[in-house]
Design a protein around this ligand. Structure first.
Ligand code: ZN
Length: 102
């Protein structure tokens, strides 16, 4: 199936672009989770906004799980539905070899 000599399929490129855009939108949520976690001061047990560590940690975990669940659903090849891995900018699908980016 790997035929890198032929021109890329415009529809696949467009769909990948949409998915990549959505994937970038998870970044602020992941960052917020990190901020919540690092804001906790171990001595006082308080974090962002003077809130106790426990609800902050739970909120961070919920955010991280949400981002992960979303990525697992969203970050897939438009053609064969294989998970695209950790990189944010794959040029080809590792499974079916379809071109995702110009
Ligand atoms: Zn694929």
């Amino acid at each position: 199936m790997i035929d890198q000599g032929s021109p890329p399929d415009e529809e696949i490129l467009a769909e990948f672009k949409r998915r990549q855009k959505k994937q970038w939108m998870t970044l602020p949520f992941a960052m917020l989770a990190m901020i919540l976690l690092v804001s906790v001061d171990e001595q006082s047990g308080l974090g962002l906004g003077g809130l106790p560590a426990m609800p902050l940690s739970i909120a961070a975990i919920v955010l991280i799980l949400g981002v992960m669940a979303f990525s697992l659903k969203n970050w897939r090849c438009p053609t064969c539905n294989a998970y695209l891995g950790r990189g944010m900018a794959p040029r080809y699908c590792r499974k079916c070899g379809v071109q995702l980016k110009r």
